[in-house]
Write a protein that binds this ligand. Structure first.
Ligand SMILES: *Cc1c(COP(=O)(O)O)cnc(C)c1O
Length: 388
């Protein structure tokens, strides 16, 4: 059968028609008034999205570029940072920091567990030389959400910078930067923001800008001070990724025309409840037992079931594209994303794709998982404001 393709991967995500059409417009020049108008509108939306009075800077790079920019602009060679090591993207902070010549203290947790504020506090208390904490909001490789609101209280108490990778959480679950006290928040275009990959966004707090004044960036391309100067003139430092920024403006218009952030977070929260309930009802176990993210559901594979085989069978049979695990968890996990341009209908398809691709139906299996999932969606209740 020819099913249509449903992309339920934790990046890239489906692109709404409005965004695709906006990006198909003829090219405009990035130093001329037409583009400046696009930037001006996008800047206002982005401040709301990030929950900040500061400028949100667009960079022509994938999300990892903004992670690199954060590290190279905020910390000088030889300085010490603490990084959460609880999945593939936590490891990325460590690799970027080491490449920059930083000393890295690792706070390691097993894959599937969150890093807690008290654990960070203990390390900051023991080591007053630590200048910053680099962590994910959602660790996409495990489906875990770290409690950033609580962690921010600790980093503020100890006067160190909190650098948060929000690539799979901005536009999905709340992390109001100024209110919570996050010093650097960053994301990429291809997850919650419903735009193709290639654009990243980063904002710094006042405290972070002060620190950046003391650091000579080691990298010519990612110069956040120069980017800020340009953004204030509705420009970017180098050639702008014009089509992606036009797409972003359109995606943000859609978000703010349709109930804004409240309804966006409510949808993702309800989809997370729905997907977890459906997975459990078909006899499978979520991989993140607690502290789960709102943008994806990680599912542990039963003995003898290969995650990557299940994923390719599901794509063939149903057209639903989901992700296997990453690195050591490649076959032991699958990941069903519910971020961006998706609704309950897509998740019903996603759950069906998983159930119908299982080689052996678990004992508890019955078709009731679909109605159980819908009940969980309807009964999700209001999303928790501190995002856990
Ligand atoms: C996807 C993702 C990244 C990597 O982003 P790229 O755009 O591939 O560079 C980093 N961190 C998190 C949490 C992610 O989900």
């Amino acid at each position: 059968m020819q099913n249509h393709l449903r992309l339920l991967t934790p990046g890239p995500t489906a692109i709404p028609d409005r965004v695709r059409l906006a990006m198909a417009m003829p090219m405009i020049h990035h130093r001329k008034p037409e583009f400046k108008a696009v930037m001006e509108e996008s800047r206002a939306y982005l401040k709301q999205l990030f929950g900040t009075q500061q400028e949100v800077l667009p960079l022509a790079s994938s999300g990892t570029g903004a992670m690199t920019a954060a590290v190279t602009n905020l910390f000088a060679r030889g300085e010490k940072i603490l990084a959460a090591q609880a999945g593939k993207f936590g490891e990325r902070w460590i690799n970027i920091a080491k490449t920059q010549g930083l000393e890295v203290v690792e706070l390691a947790k097993p894959w599937g567990q969150a890093v807690y504020a008290a654990e960070i506090e203990e390390m900051l208390r023991k080591d007053p030389d630590i200048k910053g904490v680099c962590i994910q909001i959602c660790e996409t490789s495990t489906g875990v959400m770290h409690p950033i609101c609580e962690i921010a209280k600790v980093t503020q108490k100890y006067g160190v910078l909190l650098v948060a990778d929000g690539i799979s959480s901005v536009g999905i679950s709340p992390a109001p930067m100024d209110e919570w006290g996050i010093d650097a928040l960053l994301t990429g275009s291809q997850k919650g923001l419903m735009v193709p990959a290639g654009l990243s966004l980063i904002a710094l707090s006042e405290k972070a800008w002060k620190k950046a004044e003391t650091v000579e960036p080691s990298c010519f391309y990612f110069n956040l001070k120069a980017e800020r100067k340009n953004v204030l003139k509705n420009q970017t430092n180098f050639s702008s990724p014009v089509s992606l920024i036009i797409g972003l403006r359109e995606a943000l218009s859609m978000i703010f025309e349709n109930g804004g952030l409240e309804s966006l977070y409510q949808k993702h929260y309800a989809l997370a409840q729905m997907t977890r309930a459906g997975i459990k009802a078909m006899g499978l176990e979520p991989f993140a037992k607690t502290d789960y993210a709102w943008g994806l559901t990680s599912v542990a594979m039963p003995e003898g079931v290969s995650g990557s085989e299940l994923v390719s069978l599901a794509a063939k049979k149903t057209g639903v594209v989901i992700a296997a695990g990453q690195d050591p968890m490649k076959d032991a996990m699958i990941r069903l994303a519910h971020m961006g341009h998706v609704d309950f209908g897509d998740m019903l398809a996603g759950l069906y794709a998983v159930a119908s691709s299982l080689p052996h139906k678990p004992a508890a299996f019955s078709d009731a998982y679909l109605s159980i999932a819908m009940q969980a969606y309807e009964n999700a209740g209001a999303y928790p404001k501190n995002a856990l």
